[in-house]
Design a binder for this molecule. Structure first.
Ligand code: PMP
Length: 413
């Protein structure tokens, strides 16, 4: 039995769940390696969206009619699925947002504005996606709060000693990704959470790149906030999740005002907000997408997250070995603990040219700064090529990708 067969993931069956994988691009079979930006969607998720609009499209929570009841049950059913998936203690700790970005902005604007005072400190890491940097910069400017940045070594590993040195009595919050989208580095968030808590600080973890690739348990990690996006986890666009500890969410003021987030509105007696999590879900949410996110989590559970992770690990090793053998290619991000992402630059070839030309051969990769400009700049780069894996990718695709890359490099050099 070879290494791939040992994982027992039936990749042919997995692929048959994704209609888009049958399409061709420029007359070539699609090889989709841009999963860190957006993963593809299985039929079960597409059918769930379709079924909602065909059978029970209705606004949730306030309706007394059958369709509204069905939509509410399915929407709240997903909340319970997310709770179980993340290992949260209560469904009250699960807030639906538009995505990771909105989840982080919610914490910045609600918790941040209510709790931070001039001179307080927030620690972020250098390898954050812009969505876990810019909201904190905006807040720092508005509230006169200081941002401190954890450095990254040449492999793309966070400097834990520097992090511990930064923690102090003014530290209020630590913001770090679980997995870096630009490098694939898996960060030791449980250990980082422990250190933050020892200093009385909270920790927010951006899990956008972790949830699709590994098991996550917010209680075992002991984190205070955890965010992820549906569209990177085999789900639809337009929906994401913020997990927050119940006591924290209870104490936080609402961020956006409107319908759904109130229990009573009166000009005379003032407005009373809803209980959590509804207090943070103003307006009509992405009902169909939330329900379909539940279908995506079911699909991952049925496929088996551990099998998927093992399969992707084999693919990552195969791709890394093959890429290292490419003349003039340098891997960016060589942390010992990595998932899914292969970032690289090639001597004498612009990343953008590689991306455009390899698309002509049917291969979808991403080129650019991957919304991680500060980290790339620290490495003296403004762009890399990034291939990122999902469970439906195959060893044959990895080989075809590296072959296509060799052809493209020969063309541009
Ligand atoms: N964090 C990370 C690590 C990401 O990879 C991304 C998306 N590239 C985001 C945050 C932002 O996610 P979204 O655009 O879905 O809000």
């Amino acid at each position: 039995m070879n290494a791939f067969a040992e994982t027992m993931l039936d990749v042919a069956r997995v692929r048959s769940d994704f209609p888009i994988l049958e399409r061709e691009v420029h007359g070539k079979p699609l090889i989709y390696l841009d999963n860190a930006a957006t993963s593809q969607t299985p039929s079960a998720v597409i059918d769930t969206l379709d079924d909602y609009y065909r059978r029970y499209n209705a606004n949730i929570h306030r309706g007394l009619h059958t369709l509204a009841d069905e939509a509410t049950a399915a929407y709240e059913g997903t909340r319970e699925k997310v709770r179980a998936w993340l290992g949260a203690a209560s469904h009250r700790e699960i807030v639906f947002t538009r995505g990771t970005t909105e989840a982080i902005n919610l914490v910045a604007n609600s918790w941040g504005r209510a709790n931070l005072r001039p001179g307080d400190e927030i620690i972020v890491s250098l390898m954050e996606h812009h969505s876990n940097i810019v909201p904190w910069q905006m807040l720092a400017e508005a509230l006169d709060v200081t941002l401190k940045v954890i450095p990254v070594d040449e492999r793309g590993v966070l400097d834990q000693a520097a992090y511990r040195d930064m923690l102090g009595e003014r530290t209020r919050l630590v913001c770090v990704n679980h997995v870096s989208n630009a490098l694939g580095t898996v960060n030791p968030v449980a250990e980082m959470a422990r250190a933050a808590h020892e200093h009385g600080a909270l920790i927010l973890v951006d899990g956008a790149q972790a949830v699709p690739h590994q098991r996550v348990d917010v209680q075992a990690l002991d984190v205070d906030f955890y965010a992820f996006s549906g569209h990177k986890a085999y789900g639809p666009t337009g929906v994401g999740v913020l997990y927050g500890r119940e006591a924290l969410l209870e104490a936080m003021p609402p961020w956006q005002g409107g319908g759904e987030m109130i229990s009573r509105v009166s000009f005379e007696k003032g407005t009373v907000y809803s209980e959590i999590p509804h207090k943070f879900e103003a307006g009509t949410p992405a009902i169909a997408e939330v329900i379909a996110l539940g279908a995506a989590l079911d699909w991952i559970a049925d496929t088996g997250i551990d099998l998927m992770a093992a399969w992707e690990h084999h693919l990552l090793e195969r791709a890394t070995d093959k890429l290292k053998a490419v003349d003039g290619l340098r891997m960016i991000g060589t942390a010992p603990d990595k998932v899914s992402v292969l970032s690289f630059v090639v001597d004498g070839a612009h990343s953008q040219d590689i991306g455009l030309l390899i698309d002509q051969l049917g291969v979808a990769i991403r080129t650019g700064h991957h919304c991680a400009q500060p980290m790339l700049a620290s490495m003296g780069l403004d762009a890399t090529c990034r291939a990122s894996l999902a469970a439906y990718n195959t060893p044959e695709e990895v080989d075809a990708f590296v072959e296509a890359l060799q052809k493209v490099i020969a063309m541009v050099r």
